[in-house]
Design a protein around this ligand. Structure first.
Ligand SMILES: NC(=O)c1ccc[n+]([C@@H]2O[C@H](COP(=O)([O-])OP(=O)(O)OC[C@H]3O[C@@H](n4cnc5c(N)ncnc54)[C@H](O)[C@@H]3O)[C@@H](O)[C@H]2O)c1
Length: 280
């Protein structure tokens, strides 16, 4: 990961809350907003990783406040609100609900448990509702603000083995749409991105390849590579910016083209495409 930051100093820095803002896509989001001169309030349960990201940002002249905590706990959300009051007079311009995880699951739905569904719910949907419920009223009061949620391509395309995760992520995209309509008249925009194939701590590229020939990535991903965290952060930054001022309620795929290709693979001969799994 590139930790080099060049911080610019705009006239009015925004206050940006990033949940899970230490590592992976969230880490890149924290770095990107801070490098634009914004004050990042980073919430993460991994204290050493949060300290490392925060000190990179500070070393580059950026501003980052860290809250270490589990965002699925109401007490962490309450502490976040108190921190926002102390550090920014209660103002949040951008909220990025980034935490999400597919892992606490059984590979087969029929063998999964209610405890796993509950954990997946807390990690993928509940905190999005809780943090938004706590932060959005201030945005509505000020008549401006932008919320960006992290969904997944699997909200649109099936993912056998992770069906409960995909249901909650589809919930994130549905929440994004409906809340955008409710809050639009108040000047608050709500959008989401749907990543695929990000090379992060959660889904390292070696794990995604699982011993296969790296050359196969070309047949799998139209743009021919895995995504790096900043590939996603740049779209989050766009959605939160004035450049996207007439966009709300959308989930934007950031996937190197996999959703567009769904079911189609570049032939290993490098000549054309196939939708037949046994064709070369
Ligand atoms: N990696 C992918 O290919 C991919 C694909 C689709 C969607 N997504 C979504 O993108 C988002 C980021 O994914 P990632 O791969 O960067 O994740 P990651 O696991 O690599 O990083 C997640 C960050 O969130 C923190 N975190 C995890 N649980 C937390 C909690 N309960 N409270 C506070 N902090 C917590 C972690 O410490 C870490 O800093 C997630 O919502 C994920 O579902 C990722």
């Amino acid at each position: 990961m590139d930790t080099t930051l060049n911080v610019s100093k705009p006239d009015s820095a925004r206050v940006v809350v990033v949940t899970g803002g230490a590592l992976g896509i969230g880490g890149a989001i924290s770095r990107r907003f801070a490098s634009g001169g914004d004050h990042v309030i980073l919430v993460d349960c991994d204290a050493p990783a949060a300290a490392a990201t925060s000190s990179d940002i500070a070393a580059a002249g950026g501003r980052c406040t860290v809250l270490v905590g589990d965002i699925t706990q109401q007490s962490t959300v309450a502490t976040l609100c108190a921190l926002v009051r102390d550090e920014a007079g209660g103002r949040v311009d951008v909220l990025v609900n980034n935490v999400g995880d597919f892992r606490p699951a059984s590979a087969v739905f029929l063998r999964s448990t209610a405890e796993q569904w509950q954990k997946l719910y807390e990690l993928n949907l509940l905190h999005v509702l809780m943090v938004t419920h706590a932060i959005a009223p201030g945005m509505v009061e000020r008549g401006s603000g932008s919320i960006v949620n992290l969904s997944t391509v699997e909200a649109y395309r099936g993912i056998p083995g992770h069906v409960v995760y995909s249901a909650y992520k589809a919930g994130v995209s549905a929440f994004t749409k409906s809340l955008a309509v409710e809050l639009g008249p108040s000047g608050v925009r709500v959008n989401a991105i749907a990543p695929d194939l990000a090379d992060t701590e959660q889904t390292p590229s070696e794990l995604m390849l699982a011993g296969r020939n790296p050359a196969l990535v070309r047949s799998w991903v139209p743009l021919g590579r895995f995504g790096q965290p900043d590939d996603y952060a740049s779209v989050v930054e766009f959605l939160a910016s004035d450049a996207a001022r007439f966009m709300t309620g959308q989930t934007v795929p950031v996937d190197g083209g996999t959703l567009a290709a769904s079911g189609w693979y570049g032939k290993t001969t490098k000549r054309g495409w196939t939708n037949l799994p046994d064709a070369s």
